[in-house]
Design a protein around this ligand. Sequence first.
Ligand code: NDP
Ligand code: MG
Length: 399
Amino acid sequence: MAALSNPISDAKRLVLLGSTGSIGTQALEVAEKLGCPVVALTAHSRVETMEEQVRRFRPRLAVMVEEKAAADLRVRLADTPVRVEAGVDGLCEAACLEGADLVLNSVVGMVGLRPTLAALEAGRDVALANKETLVAGGALVMEAAARQGARLLPVDSEHSAIFQCLQGAPPENRALRRLILTASGGPFFGKSREELKRVGLQEALKHPNWSMGAKITIDSATMMNKGLELIEARWLFDVPPENIDIIIHRESVVHSLIEYDDHSVIAQLGVPDMRLPIQYALTWPMRRPSPVKALHLTEWGKLTFFPPDDEAFPCIGICREAVTRGGLYPAAVNAANEEAVALFRKERIGFLDIGELVGAMLERPFPGAGRGIPSLEEILAADREVRRYTAEAAQRLAR
Ligand code: NDP
Ligand code: MG
């Protein structure tokens, strides 16, 4: 086991956006074991956790997006040489900091889009946990990565699985027929729409297999998470949405699969532990020993697979339609979802209202794919407008 803490000779110097979150703290653990130096850390407002992380990892730059938190952190770190910055501009500055090899983006929400673009424009490789980046700005992000010759390395477990399955496929002729994303089904698997009328916040926050941040936990309960992942996969792997299937797999052991033209299906398996996909994004194309438990299939006995229930969980179908239309539709469903989840977490709306508010975006006129790649300004404007609209629509629902 001693090898685990030996620094690897090609250890990447990391910028970690969203370091205080569920993915962020696990990424720091992985980075420490691999011996990867950390050059910048960012968070929103959790100052105490950030102070501890800075003292432990000694980055050059620490960013708190909330101004008051940044001022507080500056005072706390006055005895250190660490520079403290604030705001989304600070986040973007961290994303393109000189001397970094890889930016791991694990902030939550489409606020991650600007720093992802900033990193790619600076030619940095990006390990992406922040799926909302690709949902809101997929075409823009992929274009920037291709133009700058920068890599996007997936951290989301399903996309890491597909990325792993694709290793060895010749890029010029992948002969790829289908992607099959697995979904745990969340805490409400098997419930009817009628039963879902009565579920509340605390039940939605109890995920059966994963311990994650609150927003993605709610997204898993509504299955919106899988809809967002379908859009994420469409961009990461350049596969049309009709060739991306979703299946429910309750045990979260098969992390996703691909089917080649000859109908051979390749899957990636492992115990459910995010430290594995995080580590692969940090060591790719190499593999290293990891603290993640080994998978013993006989301990699981059987693995189960089911089709999703589109009536009880409409969000996957809504996302599929949004990405098929293209243009600003994916950004719109993402913004409606972020706003609706925030309202549900404040218990201002019911569980089923989330899908209603997200689905309402398909009734509204946004430019589709025919109008070319939406610019960052258009995406940010649509995001603001949809949040306002959704907050008002939610008030009407609450009455
Ligand atoms: P958390 O809520 O646990 O952490 C979010 C991080 O982002 C924190 O560091 C938080 O700072 C920061 N943050 C929150 N709001 C803002 C903001 N407005 N501006 C800048 N930073 C902000 O989320 P997770 O770690 O669970 O998820 C992060 C991303 O990774 C999400 O996109 C999620 O979908 C994705 N993901 C997560 C998985 C998981 O297992 N958790 C699995 C696969 C994907 P602070 O602590 O100060 O609030
Ligand atoms: Mg996932």
